[in-house]
Design a protein around this ligand. Structure first.
Ligand code: ADP
Length: 303
């Protein structure tokens, strides 16, 4: 039985439908990524799943709970890492975890038994007694993750867990999430980082304008949506070069901000031609989830 099932979920704010007939199922133990440009409806969807925003129509079930009717009960089994850290600056690291744990009815003995493991998982053991303002941004995110785990949740919901973090801090969060995945936890996350989704997620849904536009494993989405090889070509003469050659050298191409993206099944003839083009620079790479995302949602900037 699926842990999360969402059927024909919609949300309307005044005249605008920001989530439109969304269908999703997430299995126990899966790491599932919800991707989409800004304004696609990801946060609204998460809030509806948690019972914090009521749907205009549709059905949500988490485990045996109907949402929003039984959201309060369901939330006892869910850990939430919100987009913004909302740690209490007046308390230490350990006190923040204890205070949060009391919302779940945990007593001091239970909390004292659980907190060292959470600090270890998130690499914060040496910071147990530190004040919040002394922590780096990465440490605060890790503490927010530890806090989301205080009730030993079956399901962990993370809204952009690594936004604003440097690569080291991002890898530290990924390592914590990987351990949770190994423990069999179910994870639902939103992210703007395609690399994060590709590394962590078993399955993904890409949404745009409130609608599901693709779903599958990262590997299947890449294989089905884009050609396997990408050659990015740059240089002042690229527009002119594209007009003359792109049609014959590429299976598909896109010109964006003076970069030509050539998608091919076999790039060898394209690379032979490029070797003689001294005015152009190029980068050859396998296609990835970002190529899928940009193909499906477009390259125009979103607010
Ligand atoms: P995402 O998380 O994918 O960036 P959101 O779910 O935050 O998208 O927002 C989807 C759309 O819904 C946006 O256009 C946003 O402006 C709008 N929206 C979100 N919350 C509200 C609200 N409380 N009232 C009116 N519009 C909202």
């Amino acid at each position: 039985m699926s842990l999360i099932s969402v059927h024909k979920l919609s949300k309307q704010y005044e005249a605008t439908e920001v989530v439109r007939g969304l269908d999703l199922t997430i299995q126990p133990g899966e790491c599932f990524g919800l991707l989409g440009p800004n304004g696609a409806g990801k946060t609204t969807t998460l809030k509806m799943l948690l019972g914090l925003v009521s749907p205009s129509s549709g059905d949500i079930r988490i485990g045996t709970y109907r949402i929003p009717e039984q959201a309060r009960l369901a939330r006892q089994t869910i850990g939430v890492m919100p987009q913004m850290d909302n740690l209490d600056p007046d308390f230490t690291v350990t006190e923040n975890l204890r205070t949060y744990g009391r919302y779940f009815g945990l007593n001091l003995d239970q909390l004292n038994a659980r907190i060292p493991g959470l600090l270890e998982l998130t690499g914060l053991t040496s910071k147990a007694d530190s004040q919040i303002p002394t922590l780096s941004g990465g440490m605060k995110r890790r503490l927010t993750l530890a806090r989301a785990l205080i009730n030993d949740p079956e399901l962990i919901v993370l809204d952009e867990p690594t936004t604003g973090l440097d690569p080291q801090a991002r890898h530290a969060i990924w390592s914590g999430l990987r351990r949770l995945i190994q423990q069999g936890k179910t994870i639902l996350l939103t992210t703007h980082f395609m690399e994060e989704a590709e590394r962590l997620c078993d399955r993904l849904a890409i949404i745009d304008h409130g609608q599901l536009i693709a779903t599958g494993t990262p590997r299947d989405l890449i294989a089905s949506e884009v050609e396997p090889q990408v050659t990015e070509i740059y240089g002042e003469t690229v527009t002119q070069w594209a007009e003359q050659h792109a049609g014959s050298c590429c299976d598909r191409h896109e010109l964006s901000d003076e970069t030509l993206y050539c998608y091919t099944h076999d790039s060898s003839s394209l690379l032979t031609i490029l070797q003689n083009q001294t005015a152009l620079r190029y980068l050859q790479r396998p296609s990835n989830l970002e190529d899928v995302f940009l193909k499906l949602t477009g390259r125009e900037l979103r607010d």
